[in-house]
Write a protein that binds this ligand. Structure first.
Ligand code: F6P
Length: 333
């Protein structure tokens, strides 16, 4: 029987992580389980740094970005020694089950830890990147998309006023969920992402972009926005702007949105998703489930084996990519 549950947030923080912590704590309290939170991701396990969590300690956090438990990437979890230290802390604190809110790297850490510790493990997908297989949405993605949209709408105003070309770089590590969704929602003239472009085609893409921009300028298009996924173009948005100037004498302003996409108050969708997933995580533990991630497909909560969730990346909707490639990009002049 489970008596004590631990929770931690790991990897890139995502808006809605606090809502998930709150929901885990409230559900655990409801089922008469004790809860503790470990600080700073897996570092809290390695250093035995934790705090008891009660309904009072999660009061007034649902709307806050970041995570009250703090987060971190933890290289020590890639070592035997780190894993053993983490397992020893869980034993010492008499934890029966560990819930990790994070991305696929955090879930790999959880599976590795489970080789040294026999308690139960559950994952809740929390990352702005939305790249985890087994769930339509991860906690934080919707807020990051909205933040990107708000920022680019503002960039559009100045781009219109100055008739400027902007290249805006968005986060997502190696997946284009944020870039594609923001690009579509901002009517970006060009979307450059992993789903529609390969680095081998850089030269071809460069001349294509130069032609498209010139065509738009002839049509007196007042502004022109290219959104680009981080880690895609060698040298990023700044290098692409430099190359357009060098090869076609086109002036572009590069703008890297960066960490503003990780911060801010979670939008309704993230608060609600996080709350549902937190409750489900505790209920799965009560039901005897183990080594699973909570996901949601077509508005239905489900569980996915953690080992399966980390195998593949969730793909960007083909409808979105195809609409952009075959219709929207061709008509944006
Ligand atoms: O995974 C979330 C994320 O913000 C990615 O979009 C980005 O590539 C990465 O984290 C940056 O990580 P860090 O803050 O560790 O450099």
């Amino acid at each position: 029987m489970i008596k004590k549950v631990a929770v931690l947030t790991s990897g890139g923080d995502a808006p809605g992580m606090n809502a998930a912590i709150r929901s885990v704590v409230l559900a655990a309290h409801h089922y008469k389980l004790q809860t503790i939170g470990f600080y700073s991701g897996y570092n809290g396990l390695i250093e035995d740094s934790s705090t008891p969590l009660t309904p009072a300690s999660v009061n007034g956090i649902i709307h806050r970005g970041g995570t009250i438990l703090k987060s971190a990437r933890c290289p020590a979890m890639h070592t035997e020694q780190g894993l053993k230290l983490a397992a020893a802390t869980l034993e010492k604190e008499e934890v029966d089950a560990l819930i990790v809110i994070g991305g696929d790297g955090s879930f790999n850490g959880l599976l590795a830890l489970n080789q040294h510790w026999t308690g139960r493990i559950i994952g809740i997908p929390g990352t702005i990147d939305n790249d985890i297989d087994g769930t339509d949405f991860t906690i934080g993605f919707s807020t990051a998309v909205n933040t990107g949209i708000e920022a680019i709408d503002k960039i559009r105003d100045t781009a219109e006023a100055f008739e400027r070309i902007f290249i805006v770089e968005l986060m997502g590590r190696r997946s284009g969920h944020i870039t594609f969704n923001v690009g579509i929602a901002c009517a970006a003239e060009q979307i450059l992402s992993f789903e529609n472009f390969s680095q081998d085609d850089e030269q071809e893409k460069l001349s294509h972009l130069a032609k498209e921009i010139s065509r738009a300028q002839q049509n007196r298009h007042a502004s022109y926005i290219i959104v680009i996924a981080e880690n895609l173009w060698r040298g990023g948005a700044t290098e692409l702007a430099r190359q357009l100037k060098e090869t076609a004498n086109i002036d572009c302003t590069a703008c890297i949105l960066g960490y503003i996409q990780r911060g801010g108050s979670p939008v309704a969708k993230d608060r609600i998703l996080a709350t549902k997933m937190g409750v489900a995580a505790v209920q799965e533990l009560i039901a005897g489930n183990d080594k699973v991630m909570i996901g949601e497909r077509n508005n239905q909560l489900l569980t996915v084996p953690l080992a399966v969730a980390v195998l593949h990346k969730e793909k960007v909707s083909e409808n979105l990519v195809s609409a952009q490639e075959n219709i929207l990009a061709l008509t944006a002049q």
